[in-house]
Design a protein around this ligand. Structure first.
Ligand code: IPE
Ligand code: IPE
Ligand code: MG
Length: 246
């Protein structure tokens, strides 16, 4: 496996400094259903395997030195799926939260859930609330954000409604950030999407204005530390211009 030390060199052989590792990485974890289909198994089997990768990728991200990891687990559009799949995903998320609390604490990881509450059961909302409180740390090694019942447009609309309720007539970009779900987290430098799809599917629309995208054919249940390293390697060699020119 590629070793961590390789991050210090770009593919062109130039020495790269450690601070070029992205602080915030977002991942659209896609392809669980196709992975299950390949194995001749029901879709939920892919989701279960996908949940295992979350644990691997949290550990790998921490080792690499990523500070914020945002994982897209359930979109505001995923309610359109069959009742059975939605039920299965809710149960799996609940089991994940209950089962991984100890590990989060051991690994110094703070967990935050971002998204709307509508449609989510009171039981699950209570579990979310508890784990957020129990894993809160002033200085975590990694802050893991799970986007659950999340949509980028709903996040922007919720922000606009909040500022209207406060009687604001106009805000600038900097101020508007304070109306988003996670106000203090820097924008993701890198967004990864697995399973070869070239779209955002409503993920971090505001925050991704200048994110670098990395698309891999690898399906999420096959995405391991090695694939994350490839994505970071690709990122550190890119030139980011933010609209400027050299
Ligand atoms: C991603 O995998 C997980 C969720 C969206 C909940 P999919 O379930 O979308 O898998 P594919 O895209 O059908 O293969
Ligand atoms: C995006 O994947 C949402 C998550 C990964 C949670 P989808 O599988 O729902 O996206 P589309 O429908 O292919 O755009
Ligand atoms: Mg999908």
């Amino acid at each position: 496996m590629t070793s961590y030390i390789n991050y210090k060199f770009s593919s062109k052989g130039e020495k790269m400094e450690k601070n070029q590792i992205p602080k915030h990485v977002g991942i659209i974890m896609d392809g669980n259903g196709r992975w299950a289909k390949q194995q001749g198994k029901p879709r939920i089997f892919g989701h279960k395997e996908g949940a295992e990768r979350v644990i691997d990728i949290v550990r790998a991200s921490k080792n690499i030195g990523i500070k914020y990891l945002t994982l897209y687990a359930f979109s505001t559009e995923n309610w359109k799926r069959s009742v059975d799949e939605v039920k299965g995903l809710m149960l799996l998320f609940e089991q994940f939260l209950k089962g991984q609390k100890k590990l989060m604490l051991k690994e110094n990881v703070s967990l935050r859930i971002v998204g709307r509450k509508d449609g989510v059961s009171d039981r699950l909302l209570k579990i979310i609330d508890e784990i957020e409180k129990d894993t809160y740390l002033e200085n975590p090694a990694l802050e893991l954000n799970i986007a659950f019942n999340y949509g980028g447009r709903p996040e922007i609309i919720d922000g606009i409604n909040k500022l209207l309720q406060e009687g604001k007539k106009s805000v600038c970009e900097e101020e508007f950030k304070n109306y988003l779900y996670n106000t203090y987290i820097p924008d993701p430098e890198l967004i990864i999407r697995t399973s070869g799809e070239f779209r955002t599917s409503n993920f971090l629309l505001w925050q991704s204005a200048y994110s670098e995208y990395y698309i891999t054919e690898t399906l999420w249940p096959d995405f391991k530390e090695e694939q994350l390293i490839l994505a970071i390697d690709s990122y550190v060699t890119r030139e980011r211009r933010f609209g400027g020119a050299k």
